[in-house]
Design a protein around this ligand. Structure first.
Ligand SMILES: N[C@@H](CCC[C@H](N)C(=O)O)C(=O)O
Length: 257
């Protein structure tokens, strides 16, 4: 089966993106998706995205983790597919598209994409961690010396011991400044640390505001792959107008054989 694919990265969270408007891609083939995402036997990526037609919105986003399974919302993938939609000429600078967690609005200015995320209502805060869902489920823990922290082993253990088969993504955080936090994430479905996680940094920004670690509502998140920005408005106990913003870059185009 031969098809064209595009390789993208958003702060080092990397994706294979395929134009599936003609619905040729075999979505049920978990092994094929996993092979495309394999860094030795395939293209190599944290996930695979399909851009598909939508009856009312500009397009539909379908997201698979690198293990080949369909998953929940991917914030960095969402930003990258907006860039891809513009590259294909489907949109200009504004768009509305549907992902697994509902409709999203986004704007693009050169390689900078601002993606509106879903409102957040439920936040579970306990003594040493916070859990919330920003389209994908996220566990958040503050640690010290994040640079030397063992994200892989601690993340894997929390993901499996606390969240079981369904799992969750695990974010470790260190405060750098009034409105700046450093974040490293262990992602379920990749089962490894990734260089950045969009829904993860969104969850971290809200969790830090909720915990009183910042009083700013525009927050910079430093990940190993680069900087992202999250802004929101808190109304009562709800977080609304949540935007994830940062770069989305097309890296190369290839043909899968
Ligand atoms: N990297 C993503 C998150 C992708 C989903 C996650 N692995 C899951 O299955 O929950 C992002 O940028 O949000």
């Amino acid at each position: 089966m031969e098809f064209t694919f595009y390789k993208y990265q958003g702060t080092g969270n990397d994706f294979v993106i395929i134009d599936n408007r003609e619905t040729f891609f075999p979505k049920e083939d978990i092994a094929l998706v996993a092979k495309i995402c394999d860094r030795r036997f395939g293209v190599g990526a944290d996930g695979l995205l399909l851009l598909e037609n939508h009856a009312t919105a500009d397009f539909k986003m379908v997201y698979f983790n690198s293990d080949g399974n369909l998953s929940t919302m991917c914030g960095n993938g969402g930003r990258c597919i907006v860039h891809f939609a513009k590259f294909l000429g489907i949109i200009s600078d504004n768009t509305t598209f549907e992902a697994v967690d509902g409709m999203h609005e986004a704007t693009i200015n050169n390689n900078w994409v601002s993606l509106k995320m879903n409102d957040v209502e439920k936040i579970n805060a306990s003594e040493n961690h916070t859990f919330l869902n920003t389209g994908s489920p996220h566990h958040i823990e503050i640690v010290s010396d994040l640079e030397n922290f063992d994200v892989f082993n601690n993340g894997r253990s929390i993901r499996n011991k606390i969240y079981g088969k369904e799992g969750a993504n695990v974010n470790f955080v260190e405060k750098l400044d009034t409105a700046k936090f450093s974040v490293r994430t262990y992602e379920r479905g990749v089962e490894d640390e990734t260089l950045s996680c969009g829904t993860g940094v969104t969850a971290v920004a809200i969790a830090m505001f909720e915990a009183g670690k910042t009083s700013e509502n525009t927050i910079t998140l430093k990940t190993p792959g680069g900087k992202l920005q999250v802004r929101f408005k808190k109304k009562g106990s709800h977080y609304k107008n949540v935007y994830l913003e940062g770069p989305a870059i097309q890296v190369f185009k290839g043909i899968w054989k």
